[in-house]
Design a protein around this ligand. Sequence first.
Ligand SMILES: Nc1ncnc2c1ncn2[C@@H]1O[C@H](COP(=O)(O)OP(=O)(O)OP(=O)(O)O)[C@@H](O)[C@H]1O
Ligand SMILES: [Mg+2]
Length: 395
Amino acid sequence: MNPDSSREPTRIFITGACDGLDELSAALSEHPEVEVVGRQEHVANAAAALAGGHLGAILHGTRRASLPEDELAAIREHTRTPVVLLASGEASALLEEALDADVADVLLLPQLTENVVFTARKAAHTGRRAPTGSSREHGRIITVFSPKGGTGKTVTATNLATALVKHAGKRTLLLDLDLQFGDAAIMLAIEPDRTIQDLMAAPGELDVEKLAGYTLRHTSGVDVLPAPIRPEDAELVTEPKLARLLEVARESFDVIVVDTSPFFHGPMLATLDRTDELLLLCGLDVPTLKNVRLSLQTLELLSFPPDRIKLVLNRANSKVGMKPGEVESALERKIDYEIPSDRIVPLAVNRGNPAVLAEPKADFSKAVRAMAKELVAAQAVAKQKKKFMATLARA
Ligand SMILES: Nc1ncnc2c1ncn2[C@@H]1O[C@H](COP(=O)(O)OP(=O)(O)OP(=O)(O)O)[C@@H](O)[C@H]1O
Ligand SMILES: [Mg+2]
């Protein structure tokens, strides 16, 4: 018996457009190892099939020479199914960018149909294993902290999480660890019917499925775990439970963005322990500067690795009698990211719509997007380094 005859065909959906896609679609429709569930050039017209189609892989054609981030983000609004990009023509930039993106594979057309079938099946297989498979890279934790209230932690965390989903295609959890007065949910106009406190109080072991049952999906695609509704419930979030939550979250998300309160309390220390990048927010005012300096000293005492700290100057362009260079001198370190003050930010906050979505062309949004991209690129380098060290250790 042919061993392949018992194999279930891989369900694929074809979106986008590129040279050679018509011929390929026709050939795939005849192939016994794949089932072409449908084809739509525009992702918006395929929403239902992508969301409910139980697909193994999506083949997305693009004529662009660079990564079609908006098209990938549109797909990610509906499904986590692995995406294989099909490109035609000159696509060397795309190949490079795809290494860091949420793309299972890239093929330059024309290709032998067998190659495309193999790639689609491989992507589907890896995608099925991904949530629990031991081979999957663990998600990275980006903690947004500042020792002063009102410096822009929640604005930064909500916009960064949104940019990571929309522009970097990352599966992102926004975790609100401002346990007493968290307002990540309200900044995203989410009315929480469940919060981190309900998750902590739920009986039984915390696992990936359970976490998924308590997160809330924002329209951008960000999953949110809101802070407790009442301040007195903050203490239910204990360090061991939070530690477990972070470990589980790393299994199912690429990035976990943690919004915090201006204190080094127990849960914050448990988070720092697992933090890959700490965005330390500073402003152009003397009290904040003084407290950021103290925080850097505290982080040193805690032996927090200095290379994981990224100094972010919010409202960097404010004319308030202090310049970014003076911040660098006072803190004896360089500023990693500058975010401008922008009136679109309070407007977006009051409308419950992140500025990166509401006003993508604003300077604020460009700065947050650039930061998101750089963080993703830095994470890719860190992962490669880790792999290299592991290979060396095995040799
Ligand atoms: N870059 C910016 N440009 C304009 N306004 C900003 C900017 N960043 C923050 N703000 C404004 O400052 C306010 C406070 O920001 P945010 O709530 O993010 O601070 P926070 O550090 O989270 O405060 P808390 O410690 O109270 O949680 C926001 O409502 C927002 O309108
Ligand atoms: Mg806040």
